[in-house]
Ligand binder design. Structure first.
Ligand SMILES: Cc1cc2nc3c(=O)[nH]c(=O)nc-3n(C[C@H](O)[C@H](O)[C@H](O)COP(=O)(O)OP(=O)(O)OC[C@H]3O[C@@H](n4cnc5c(N)ncnc54)[C@H](O)[C@@H]3O)c2cc1C
Length: 400
């Protein structure tokens, strides 16, 4: 699959952080993880800590799939608002999903701290503003529901948005819990740390055949090497769909621009994450080198030819939207890219097992909260492999 255009900012900023050998021998392990993006790296982190012998294989270089293209906003707010999610999955599961996402931001911060790499993750608030006056009432309803769920949030009216952010919004929800990160570097840092503890990583190693056996799986690589594992984790991002008989994701394309660095390191209130209520939504974050990232303008097609052709026009359109919002902040685009983006019908990811693939667990980060969902997936899969019941697994199961 052609997951993204060639030059996302993170890749140009860091280059290939570390390259691993490809697999050139047969190997046996407790757990094999297919996919060296953020989902595979987090699963590896949990499983290596739990004492398993683990191998990660990726057919590309590490983190070169969707992870390299991610704008990496970490939000507890799922793409489906809580009041709609309640209608889809019921109050208990909807509220629990929001709480799990909030807690996963804190968990990921704890993990990032342990990696001791500068600028991996920054905690910051998140503002969701009403795109139109008519969105105020539903957003206020959403505020009440989220408050009731125990999430720390408040309302900003038009004047407060103007004072704190310098743009004119009709009103919005300001949440304390949010963060942004550098998912590309985070993935590399996780794997490097785990490699020091015994994890084996092989890049440019494609799994072309999976045999499900009585007591485990046998994976065949494109070079004819075999991996025998007691358990397999499929963390192939949007490319995981090919291993699942039922269609679980819809793919679209999304577009991103990054500004040149600004002189000042405070661009608006606490350099919050900013997004809006309309669909597709525009979203903004800043970087540690004082750039502004603006994303959105999604299209319903994931055709890479169309996506790449539209990139120049979409980046102009993102620039115009930014200028409308912040007429006084100059924005000169330094980098731009586009990527495929998978989402599900209820905004929740799929994590767990399917009948057709014994000894196999899926850790799929789908949707706008893909990174946060990867934390939840790693926790659930690790619990199950340790033989521990995970009360939340059912929320994300394939037969929900
Ligand atoms: C433009 C854009 C913006 C985004 N913004 C955000 C955001 O702000 N916040 C957020 O939380 N999420 C965001 N996302 C989503 C997020 O980036 C993804 O959810 C996340 O990167 C998925 O990580 P992954 O590890 O599951 O998949 P990937 O990073 O794609 O990794 C999967 C890996 O599996 C490997 N693989 C596939 N098949 C095989 C095989 N047969 N054998 C071996 N290896 C294989 C691939 O090479 C790949 O490296 C965004 C995505 C895009 C494209």
């Amino acid at each position: 699959m052609d997951l993204r255009t060639d030059y996302p900012y993170w890749l140009l900023r860091h280059g290939i952080i570390r390259s691993y050998p490809s697999l050139d021998h047969h190997v046996t392990t407790d757990i094999a993880i297919m996919g060296g993006g953020i989902s595979g790296a987090l699963a590896a982190w949990y499983l290596v800590h739990a004492g398993f012998s683990v191998i990660v294989v990726d057919r590309r270089h590490i983190a070169m799939g969707s992870t390299a293209a991610s704008t990496s906003l970490l939000q507890y707010e799922i793409d489906i608002p809580l009041h709609d999610l309640i209608k889809k999955v019921g109050e208990k599961k909807a509220v629990r999903s929001y709480i799990l996402c909030r807690d996963a931001i804190r968990t990921l911060r704890g993990i990032a701290d342990k990696l001791e790499v500068k600028d991996l993750l920054t905690i910051k608030p998140s503002l969701q503003f009403a795109s139109y006056l008519k969105h105020i009432r539903p957003l206020q309803k959403e505020l009440i529901l989220r408050k009731k769920a125990g999430i720390s949030i408040g309302w900003l009216d038009e004047k407060e948005i103007q004072e704190k952010y310098g743009f004119s919004g009709h009103g919005g929800i300001l949440s304390e819990d949010g963060a942004d990160c550098d998912a590309y570097q985070l993935t590399h840092s996780l794997l490097q740390k785990c490699a020091a503890w015994g994890l084996k990583v092989f890049d440019h190693t494609e799994i072309i055949k999976i045999r499900h056996e009585k007591k485990g799986v046998e994976l065949c690589t494109g070079d004819g090497k075999k991996i025998k594992a007691r358990k397999l984790i499929i963390a192939c991002g949007y490319e995981s769909q090919r291993y699942i008989p039922k269609k679980v994701q819809e793919l679209k394309s999304t577009f991103v621009i990054v500004s040149e660095p600004h002189q000042q390191n405070k661009l608006w209130y606490k350099n919050s994450l900013i997004w809006e209520t309309k669909t597709p939504y525009l979203y903004l974050r800043t970087t540690t080198d004082n750039r502004i990232i603006v994303g959105g303008k999604d299209i319903s097609s994931s055709d890479p030819v169309l996506r790449d052709r539209l990139l120049p026009a979409k980046s102009k359109s993102l620039e115009r939207s930014f200028a409308q919002l912040f007429p006084v902040i100059p924005f000169r685009t330094d980098f731009r890219w586009a990527g495929s983006f998978g989402h599900t019908k209820d905004g929740l990811p799929y994590i767990g097992i399917i009948r057709q693939r014994p000894h196999t667990h899926f850790a799929l980060g789908l949707g706008g909260n893909g990174i946060i969902f990867s934390v939840i997936a790693a926790e659930i899969v690790c619990d199950i492999l340790k033989g521990k019941k995970n009360e939340d697994a059912e929320i994300f199961s394939f037969d929900r």
